[in-house]
Design a protein around this ligand. Structure first.
Ligand SMILES: *[C@@H]1O[C@H](CO)[C@@H](O)[C@H](O)[C@H]1NC(C)=O
Ligand SMILES: [Cu+2]
Length: 239
């Protein structure tokens, strides 16, 4: 009873508290709001894992008006998310949103701006999920993003070939994921040009395509004292 009542309150409090990816940092340098990012029309999540919106959010299959950021392979890139276009005064991604944080990268056949990200092109380079399992106070990757002012970082593997890429960050909120559709996919894509890379040929998945509504990382009751959590999309490739 207590748990159910708390759950309904949590739903009411957080139903409209959504967020978007608004900044990319090149090492320690903030690149400014919405620069190099395919901007979504609003902060609503995607919930249909078969939709092209899962690739780079709504309207994200083209980036013709978006600039492309040059970074050397090996760069520590940081993404920064907020509910609204500001950096203070509220939880960056709203504390009720619990779930994993992942980053994928896909090499464009020509320019990043012209790339739609469809097909088996995506390589997972970062994933953090249930960091500390606990009945009373589990710690999720999203909790750490909130604590860290909306930020999480990934190192671009040094062995990736030079060229233009889409970098796709994803936060999956699982507070209403007991049935499908329910999990909320918050997605931000940045356009980058990787310089001085290597010659690796990493494994690739399709987004949409690989994720299924029945994946245990997508349809899951996180209020059930989870001992572990497996995020969708397979293993991280570390280069
Ligand atoms: C990447 O940069 C962030 C922000 O400066 C920092 O917190 C993090 O520790 C760095 N990660 C690595 C692997 O250097
Ligand atoms: Cu929300």
């Amino acid at each position: 009873m207590m748990k159910g009542a708390f759950f309904l309150l949590a739903l009411a409090a957080y139903a409209n508290a959504h967020f978007t990816m608004q900044y990319i940092w090149n090492g320690a340098t903030d690149q400014g709001i919405n620069n190099y990012i395919r901007i979504a029309p609003n902060n609503n999540p995607v919930t249909d894992v078969t939709s092209k919106d899962l690739t780079c959010n709504v309207g994200g299959t083209s980036g013709s008006s978006v600039k492309t950021l040059a970074i050397p392979a090996g760069t520590n890139v940081t993404f920064e998310w907020h509910q609204h276009a500001q950096r203070t005064g509220e939880d960056p991604i709203s504390g009720g949103h619990k779930g994993p944080v992942q980053v994928y990268i896909a090499k464009a056949p020509s320019t990043a701006a012209a790339f739609d990200g469809q097909g088996a092109v995506w390589t997972k380079i970062y994933s953090s999920g249930l960091v500390t399992p606990s009945q009373s106070n589990p710690v999720w990757a999203t909790d750490i993003v909130n604590t860290n002012s909306g930020k999480h970082s990934v190192t671009i593997p040094k062995t990736l070939p030079a060229g233009e890429y889409l970098l796709r960050a994803e936060i999956i909120a699982l507070h209403v994921a007991q049935s499908y559709p329910g999990a909320q996919f918050y997605i931000g894509c940045a356009q980058v040009q990787i310089t001085s890379g290597g010659s690796a040929s990493p494994p690739k998945i399709s987004i949409p395509g690989t994720y299924k509504g029945s994946d245990p990382g997508i349809t899951v009751n996180i209020y059930n004292n989870l001992a572990s959590y497996t995020a969708p999309g397979g293993a991280v490739w570390t280069g």
